[in-house]
Design a protein. Sequence first.
Length: 339
Amino acid sequence: MNEIKLTQFSHGAGCGCKIAPTVLDKILHSDFKSANFPNLLVGNESKDDAAVYELDNGTCIISTTDFFMPIVDDAFTFGKIASVNAISDVYAMGGSPTMALAILGWPVNKLPTELAQQVLDGAREVCQAAGIPLAGGHSIDSPEPIFGLAVTGTVPKENLKKNNTAKDGDLLYLTKPLGVGIITTAQKRGQADAKDLQEAVRVMTELNSLGSQFGELNYVHAMTDVTGFGLLGHLIEVCEGSGLSAELNYNAVPLIKDLKPYLDQFIYPDNTMRNWQSYEKKVQGIGSESLLTLCDPQTSGGLLVCVDEHHQQEFETKFNLQPIGKLVNPKPNNVVEVQ
């Protein structure tokens, strides 16, 4: 089983499996007249990370699901990454996870069931670290291995963070470096250095639990996590939802160390270009390197946080983060300007 490489059994990898933004918009478009649910604070009318339903006691329920095909060859690590990625949606809303259910698709005639068990053990370890039970789930026999979680969380209504409530002047912060899509693509091609892959795995298996702390700060105006649409795609969602534009300082954007050799070889996931084609008309100042990094589909990426500029020193001192850009009044010719 140690010689089995899970990534060879899937056509996509991690959040790189996501449907391109422009295609997804067409899928989600509907003329169906749905009923009104006053307690549904966040639904699919916005492009947020999870659904949020308000209870009568001022507490809100957060509900989300996320799953994908293997991004690494090791089954246990795949289970960990997929689980951290799914739980992140709750943190991105400023909440705390409560419990999770597993979503497993497994090609039982192609891959040993022992590997599926290792995937679930990876999920159990992450859920334990997050302080929640893996309480059940559902499995099917599928052509490709698939794993993820459906996660339930809670958040006080006053702590709820959305991705469309940013304000003019907000500073932008990113809690994890970019580049995991590039390195995992190199791994799939047999060209990744072991230490670089180890660093990418470290980034992907780090819980975004800071989101719960950010939720308690009223000067954090908006938040989202960076996944399959890349930093540019998720930043554009924040800008368009909030009616703003962004000035992004590329030199301040954190990147995984030693990424340049892969960029020099033009190693990148297929979804990088699909991402770019979805929003190239909304961006100015992109370069050959910044295109590959800012459009790189992240799996279990960091939190993109919008912070009131008047609280910059307090936020940076507390969380040891540096700004990567700023939100400004909408510009007529672009949504994001890369500087």
